[in-house]
Design a protein around this ligand. Structure first.
Ligand code: UT7
Length: 335
């Protein structure tokens, strides 16, 4: 029996949605002991977007999903699968994929959430790709959406300066292999890194109680320096790995879209690939770290700026809590 032929999956639509409200470094100077100059120099962030109180992750997720469908010339009726990478789901259950499915009216779709923190988008893209490659689904939506402001301790200057809210979405469908599509993907997890970046309570280990709330255990806990050390190495290594194993050189890469965690971490990956600034997508200055939304929204911004064209090689690369890290190589296949 011969092996079944796999289809080629590619990104055929892009969308994003961000809240209007900007939280600038100057605003943060009034909230914690910090300085605009420190934040810009250490992270590259100038402002981030924050939702109005009570706006859940599904809200901007649904808007980004609708924008991506419109871009692909599709409607919600065409969607077979909705994957939602997020660390800030509307609720523990049902999944935010279910909420978004209902909000956009994707009556035929099934789907689920993916928990891989800042690597969520890259991991979910691979899950969507596999479903499309086998022909199990025709049209998949991958929706990275976060309300990081809901889990940030606004009195902790080590973390509150970093994160922002927003959503980015892509449509994944079968494409003509001659045009390209999603060429390759690499993924890693190392659970021994979990101790450096996590949320202590709200799960089965430490169910929510008066005590956990009082102790601030529902906020992001991060040992910044440790995470930084692993992120610099992990992101640069996996970016180089995917380029080398596809026998490409820096000259063959037109765009690097790193997870927007810290400009210095992103620059380390850029240096390792030997890419000039104009080949790197940077949105951290305006959106901060939006976890699973950062790569699809940075890709969308670069696309809107005309920085990615049919036939271009694009590298997506991530690092996040878990630890999780990974990369995807795309050959851009739409105008
Ligand atoms: O996306 C998921 C993965 N997460 C990441 O990739 C984040 C990785 N970590 C980082 O990006 C960086 O470690 C941070 C941006 C979080 C911190 O930058 P850093 O250069 O590693 O600073 P640091 O933690 O070594 O702190 C240096 C100093 C400390 O003061 P002392 O102890 O030297 O007196 C901090 O208390 O800077 C102080 N500091 C601040 N100062 C002004 C920490 N936060 C602030 C702040 N404003 N907001």
């Amino acid at each position: 029996m011969s092996a079944p032929t796999l289809l080629t999956a590619g990104i055929t639509g892009l969308g994003m949605s961000f809240p209007e409200k900007r939280l600038t470094n100057a605003d943060l100077e009034k909230m914690v002991e910090t300085e605009d100059a420190w934040i810009v120099e250490r992270t590259g962030i100038r402002e981030r977007r924050i939702v109005a109180r009570g706006v859940p992750a599904s809200h901007h997720g649904a808007l980004a999903a609708q924008a991506a469908l419109a871009h692909a010339g599709l409607t919600a009726a065409d969607v077979d699968l909705i994957l939602v990478p997020t660390v800030t789901p509307d609720m523990m259950f049902p999944s935010t994929a279910c909420v978004i499915q209902d909000l956009i009216g994707a009556k035929r779709a099934w789907g689920y959430d993916i928990s891989a923190a800042c690597s969520g988008f890259v991991f979910a893209l691979q899950a969507a790709r596999a479903q499309v490659q086998t022909g199990a689904v025709k049209t998949a939506l991958v929706v990275g959406t976060e309300v990081m402001s809901s889990i940030v301790d606004w009195t902790d200057r080590n973390t509150c300066i970093l994160f922002g809210d927003g959503a980015g979405a892509v449509v994944v469908q079968a494409v003509d292999p001659a045009l390209g599509g999603i060429v390759d993907a690499v993924h890693y997890i190392d659970g021994s890194g979990g101790k450096h970046l996590h949320m202590k309570a709200g799960g089965s280990l430490n169910p929510a109680s008066e005590e956990t709330v009082r102790a601030g255990m529902h906020y992001i806990y991060q040992e910044g320096k440790e995470v930084y050390r692993f992120a610099v190495r992990g992101m640069a290594d996996v970016a180089l790995e995917i380029v080398q194993r596809n026998h490409l050189t820096p000259a063959d890469i037109q765009l690097l879209v790193p997870h927007q965690a810290n400009i210095r971490i992103m620059e380390a990956a850029q240096r390792r690939l030997g890419l000039p600034d104009e080949k790197v997508a940077v949105t951290i200055d305006r959106f901060g770290n939006t976890t699973s939304a950062s790569i699809p929204s940075a890709l969308k911004v670069a696309y809107d700026e005309g920085r990615v064209k049919k036939g271009d090689h694009v590298v997506l690369v991530s690092f996040g809590a878990g630890f999780t890290w990974g990369a995807a190589l795309l050959r851009w296949c739409i105008d």
